[in-house]
Design a protein around this ligand. Structure first.
Ligand code: GLY
Ligand code: MN
Ligand code: MN
Length: 475
């Protein structure tokens, strides 16, 4: 990270000066002491600058587990990622979302078992929640760093679990529970799930361990909890949003014809990384000209031309939590009349939908509570295409989704909004035959009486965008 290397550069020159003085005195002992003091100072000074994964208090995770097991009232077994989810050498471990949400445990190869209070009536005398960890592998730790193990002293305090056991014991405990419960819950694969088959592998493991039980899906029960954010989660989402806003502002200021799409994305990613984001919340989208009309465009290999529109859907992820922000701007700093016309229609639709956000509304559907319908009605009743047709046909995606540990947090479009939910509002118009795609995307918190726009610091008005871009040009 640049802040670290800048600091250590300054440190090296300062250290070099002191070393020459010590050598002149011929005092080796003093030199050694000096080195020790300086090393301690260096650690003390840079420690706050290191990237730190921020985790909510362990009691928050315990509260979630209590809510989940009360709702399900049958044993729940969940598996973290193993660390072998990808062969890509650039892969960095990030925990499976539901597992992290319930445990705060961010290391490989763990499992969680929850057992309802009702188990006591069925003769169960064991604990009601157990974290399973793999045995430590000291050779592996030489390569990948220290991990927690089930026999570590103080592991209960470190994990927030009174019972931490070796992963090898999970199989027999699941088999014992299967004798007293006809159903066990875990994550089942979605019928159309593609990619790494985590849920398929582990739900089969549960079926094999407990062949006489029905294995049911716990995902929707966890999703119900995940939709309502705690204050700690809201703080982390804001920490993902803030550098993402900075990145959009920097992109607006640097944009000019002649640059490539990937160069804009590179600057934005650098700003996220520098602020402590561990990764992007999704592959950056910087689409210019025709590419602005491709919803998930991520090739980023086009040279930006004068007169292009530039759609930037780019957001960082901080300590597991996503941001999701889109701005659409003119490459040369001035919207054409047609670009501005379409932009203002999208903005009008976004304002209409955002102002309607409050508990009880729904993201999708056709009824009077549907935010999607509000945005669609606005777009379809403003402006025309080249053939004088209304523009609804060019608004081809949903208005909104939940945001949290995943940029597309699980929760369907028909669930009525409640205070504490975080959603996007992102209408768009994409007209390929005009090489003109416009999306404006903001993240909002649903409050008891309405909403709070978490991305409000990032301007949306076309005049404000042109002003920021002009400031960038004048430097
Ligand atoms: N960035 C993906 C989305 O807006 O849903
Ligand atoms: Mn989105
Ligand atoms: Mn987006």
């Amino acid at each position: 990270m640049t802040n670290l290397s800048t600091f250590s550069g300054a440190f090296e020159s300062w250290y070099g000066l002191l070393e020459i003085q010590a050598r002149g005195d011929g005092m080796k002992k003093r030199n050694l002491i000096l080195r020790g003091v300086i090393a301690m100072l260096l650690v003390a000074c840079i420690a706050p600058m290191l990237r730190a994964w921020e985790r909510e208090p362990l009691s928050v995770f315990a509260g979630r587990r209590a809510k989940l097991i009360a709702a399900v009232n049958a044993p729940v077994v969940l598996f973290g990622y193993t660390g072998h989810e990808e062969a890509n050498p650039s892969y960095v471990f990030i925990q499976e979302e539901n597992f992290y949400y319930l445990t705060g445990h961010n290391e490989e190869g763990a499992a969680l078992l929850l057992i309802p209070e009702s188990a006591g009536e069925k003769g169960w005398s064991g604990p009601h929640e157990i974290l399973y960890l793999p045995s430590r592998d000291l050779n592996e730790e030489r390569w990948n760093g220290v991990r927690m193990g089930p026999e570590d002293p103080g592991i209960q305090d470190k994990t927030g679990f009174a019972n931490v056991e070796n992963f090898a014991k999970l199989h027999d405990t699941v088999a014992a529970l299967a004798k007293i419960y006809p159903e066990i819950y875990t994550e089942l694969p979605e019928p159309h799930e593609d990619g790494y088959p985590h849920a398929a592998i582990w739900s089969k493991w549960v079926k094999d361990a407990a062949p006489q039980t029905t294995v049911k899906d716990v995902s929707s029960a966890v999703a119900t909890l995940r939709a309502i954010k705690t204050p700690g989660e809201l703080a982390l989402i804001q920490k993902a949003i803030d550098p993402s806003i900075d990145a959009h502002l920097a992109a607006m200021k640097m944009l000019r014809p002649g640059l490539y799409e990937y160069q804009i994305a590179a600057k934005m990613v650098e700003i996220h990384d520098y602020a402590g984001c561990e990764t992007e919340a999704y592959a950056p989208i910087v689409g210019t000209g025709y590419n602005s009309t491709v919803l998930h465009y991520n090739k980023l290999d086009r040279r930006i031309e004068d007169g292009d529109i530039v759609l930037m859907d780019v957001g960082g992820q901080y300590s597991g939590y996503a941001s999701d922000i889109t701005r659409t701007v003119p490459a040369n700093g001035k919207f054409t009349a047609r670009q501005r016309e379409i932009y203002e229609i999208v903005l009008g639709a976004q304002n209409a939908a955002m102002e309607a956000v409050k508990p009880g509304m729904t993201l999708g559907g056709q009824g009077p509570t549907s935010l999607q319908k509000i945005a669609m009605d606005y777009i379809d009743s403003h402006g025309k295409d080249k053939e004088r047709r209304s523009l609804g046909r060019y608004y081809i995606h949903g208005l909104s989704h939940h945001v949290g540990l995943n940029v597309h947090d699980p929760s369907g479009p028909s669930r009525p909004l409640e205070a504490g939910m975080v959603i996007t509002i992102e209408p768009g118009i994409y007209i390929p035959e005009e090489n003109l795609g416009v999306r404006i995307e903001d993240d909002v918190l649903v409050t008891p009486t309405g909403y709070k726009q978490l991305t409000a610091r990032l301007p949306r008005l076309p005049d404000e965008i042109e002003k920021i871009m002009a400031e960038g040009k004048s430097k």
